[in-house]
Ligand binder design. Structure first.
Ligand SMILES: NC(=O)c1ccc[n+]([C@@H]2O[C@H](COP(=O)([O-])OP(=O)(O)OC[C@H]3O[C@@H](n4cnc5c(N)ncnc54)[C@H](OP(=O)(O)O)[C@@H]3O)[C@@H](O)[C@H]2O)c1
Length: 268
């Protein structure tokens, strides 16, 4: 049994991604009795089965938050095997190592496991039906976890962005607004943009509250909108509305299909 005085130990994989960096900024130095270890792809490649198992055996963790993923949806469509290697096989190795070392896995998944045809928000018990390779690879990762483990949280989120880190819609719009007179943004999909700060707080809550009702959860920020609406909100909140004109539409075609409506029903 773990001594109550001992810190709860948490491994964060994919630490250089936007979610990993947000968790690090918020909680690396904390007074909450939590001891974090952050590992990036260079030090901890989740596709390396043997290295992962050795690492988990040599370093005991209570939790692993898996922020590692192949997230380039367009590229995944062109070369699916890269996405499957990380999002499915890598997750399988992680799940096995967690299972063998009695580590609770908190794994982040996506609204893209759904086809987007449902008119209401998706619940965790709705049947997934991904329409692109990224979504298929993430779904297979979820399925491996469910087959291998009992003590896991799969947290599906949507339209994730960080105002500070990484390459995402929020930061791209800001950058483009400063350079371009006109911005074309699609209004053909509905979803809930989710700030990595809020997702990080949700994940921390699972740990702090020592939740044991394992399974699949949905977490997103609650405002439903289109990408066009989101772009408008970003310009407004950064006082850039007069710098550029927003136009509804696409001026580029995408390779991967996107779900039309991937609003997640969140119960917290
Ligand atoms: N972004 C979204 O809109 C969105 C929406 C819903 C759900 N999600 C999910 O949310 C989670 C966090 O996403 P994010 O936006 O923070 O992603 P991100 O910024 O792309 O970060 C993912 C990190 O994983 C790393 N990585 C890639 N392959 C790896 C490997 N083999 N081993 C270890 N690390 C590896 C990446 O490193 P490199 O960059 O060096 O490859 C990157 O640092 C992911 O599970 C994602 O599927 C994201």
């Amino acid at each position: 049994m773990k001594d109550e005085q001992q810190p709860t130990t948490i491994l964060v994989t994919g630490a250089n991604g936007q979610l990993g960096q947000t968790i690090s900024e918020l909680y690396a130095k904390n007074n909450l009795g939590l001891e974090f270890t952050f590992v990036s792809k260079e030090k901890f490649d989740i596709t390396n089965e043997d290295a992962i198992l050795t690492y988990f055996r040599n370093n005991k963790f209570d939790y692993c938050i898996n922020c590692a993923a192949y997230t380039n949806v367009e590229q995944a469509e062109k070369i699916p095997k890269i996405a499957f290697k990380v999002n499915a096989e890598g997750v399988k190795w992680l799940a096995k190592a967690c299972k063998q070392t009695n580590t609770i896995l908190i794994h982040i998944s996506t609204d893209y496991v759904f086809d987007g045809e449902k008119k209401e928000p998706y619940t965790p018990s709705d049947v997934p039906n991904p329409i692109n390779e990224y979504g298929k690879s993430k779904l297979l990762g979820e399925q491996y976890i469910q087959e291998i483990m009992d003590n896991y949280f799969i947290v599906r989120t949507s339209w994730l962005y960080s105002k500070k880190y990484g390459k995402n819609f929020y930061r791209t719009i800001l950058e483009k607004a400063k350079k371009e007179d006109e911005l074309f943004v699609t209004d053909e999909q509905l979803g809930c943009p989710t700030d990595t700060v809020n997702l990080s707080k949700y994940i921390l809550g699972l740990i702090k509250e020592k939740k044991t009702n394992f399974g699949i959860y949905h977490f997103s920020d609650e405002k439903v909108m289109t990408w066009y609406d989101f772009a408008e909100q970003i310009l407004l909140e950064n006082h850039l509305k007069n710098m550029t004109k927003l136009v509804k539409g696409n001026n580029y075609s995408t390779f991967a299909k996107r779900p039309k409506s991937s609003v997640l029903k969140t119960h917290n």
